[in-house]
Design a binder for this molecule. Structure first.
Ligand SMILES: [Zn+2]
Ligand SMILES: [Zn+2]
Length: 427
């Protein structure tokens, strides 16, 4: 007997066994076929083409399908719905498909209409070729290849605020009651308050010995400048968020006088510094307030991302799988990203996108606008609304998978320098 005939007989026997098994498991279900017509087979596929594989965990060709299905699921996430139905475990779910042997793959288009079915093992190449033949374009809307399209590289409105009224670090307006001034070789650096000072301090690359001697804060009561280390600080918290509030005073009596109105405790500057530097960004080491930061879980431990993109960077810095919780900048709705081996494993909601804040450098090239200008949104519409509300913002929408990929590309040396003051020239 020729080899081909031998194979054919074996295949026929295997098929026969499988058919018998299916009939044993599914044929005994009363009314399965009669009650469930073919129309019920195709639940709405959320606008996505759908591949349903019916098999079991015991048959050999079924087992060979498993890694192919997993691969398709990951590679075409958001573009193709891949489903596996174990006919032995859930014969009810398999019944409506009226298959006669396993494995069987059923192809549904985006409208839920069955277009093709195949019996037996089906390779990844053959599956992709079949979709193509059916006219289903799986590259459409590919998050990594195309992703969100919105961008605004030129701000809608120029930022015409006088330079000395803008915080060097966060670009926020400076309140003269909380102004902090750092003396530098290039002139005075003006900051909106003590917290921005501590962020700056946490990401300095220069020698920090006696750095506090270059810094003065503003007395909340009388507006006089006071050396940083000589002031006392009324340290309170915002009622709704618990975000710290800091007011500086030259005299302890003045701080005590303000205390009934502000609440909080009067702290010496070194105690304040300890508190301010306690929570740090897990990617760039900047001081953060948890209330402003993305929460990041690594190996069951918690850290922070000072911005959404830094949060993803924790995966690059630690080399571990992480989970990021970051609120939408417009609505506060939570976005959850889980990574696996440096790639996005899951995204909630699936429509979430990142805003990559950019600004034009003097040489005309676009560079990151810094941590205060990044963010996540639950969808591109929210992002566009937020950009409209912030006329001086410039940048582009990118897929969160892209933001992660950008971080994963960085070398350990680049990660060490990330977000550091002194690595890029002051504005
Ligand atoms: Zn600031
Ligand atoms: Zn950071």
């Amino acid at each position: 007997m020729s080899k081909i005939w031998k194979i054919a007989i074996v295949v026929a026997l295997v098929a026969a066994v499988v058919i018998v098994i299916i009939h044993k498991h599914m044929g005994s279900l009363p009314g399965t076929d009669a009650e469930k017509g073919a129309a019920q087979v195709s639940p709405p596929a959320a606008g996505l083409p759908r591949l349903v594989d019916l098999g079991s965990t015991t048959c050999i060709p079924c087992k060979m399908m498993a890694p192919i299905l997993e691969g398709l699921k990951e590679e075409y996430a958001g573009r193709l719905q891949v489903e596996f139905i174990d006919v032995m475990v859930t014969p009810d779910a398999a019944g409506p498909y009226k298959i006669s042997l396993i494995p069987t793959q059923v192809f549904f288009d985006a409208s839920g209409k069955e277009r093709f079915r195949h019996e037996g093992f089906f390779s990844k190449e053959d599956i992709l070729a079949k979709w193509k033949e059916l006219g289903v374009d799986l590259s459409a809307g590919a998050p990594a290849a195309t992703g969100p399209t919105f961008n605004r590289l030129e701000p809608a409105k120029a930022d015409n605020r006088p330079k000395d009224t803008v915080c060097y670090l966060c670009d926020g307006d400076i309140d003269l009651k909380t102004l902090v001034v750092v003396k530098s070789a290039k002139g005075d650096v003006r900051l909106c308050g003590p917290h921005c000072y501590f962020i700056l301090y946490s990401c300095l690359t220069e020698d920090k010995t006696d750095f506090e001697k270059k810094v003065s804060v503003t007395d909340w009561a009388d507006g006089q400048r006071v050396p940083l280390a000589e002031a006392v600080y009324l340290y309170g918290a915002e009622e709704k968020t618990g975000r710290p509030t800091i007011k500086a005073f030259a005299a302890r009596e003045a701080a005590e006088k303000e205390r009934p109105a502000s609440g909080g405790n009067v702290l010496a500057w070194n105690v304040l510094q300890e508190k301010e530097l306690a929570a740090r960004c897990g990617f760039c080491d900047r001081a953060v307030y948890p209330q402003d930061a993305a929460a990041v879980k690594v190996d069951g431990a918690s850290t922070w991302g000072c911005c959404s993109h830094c949060a993803l960077g924790v995966a690059a810095r630690t080399g571990k799988d992480i989970e990021v919780h970051q609120p939408d900048r417009l609505t506060g709705e939570m976005i959850v990203v889980k990574t696996a081996s440096g790639r996005v494993a899951s995204l909630e909601p699936k429509t979430a996108v990142a805003w990559f804040g950019l600004r034009k450098a003097p040489d005309g090239k676009f560079v990151s606008a810094g941590c205060f200008h990044q963010g996540f949104f639950v969808n591109e519409e929210n992002l566009v609304k937020w950009v409209e509300q912030n006329p001086t913002a410039s940048g582009k929408a990118i897929a969160i998978a892209q933001a992660l990929a950008d971080k994963m590309k960085l070398s350990p040396q680049q990660i060490q320098k990330a977000c550091k003051i002194g690595e890029c020239a002051p504005k």
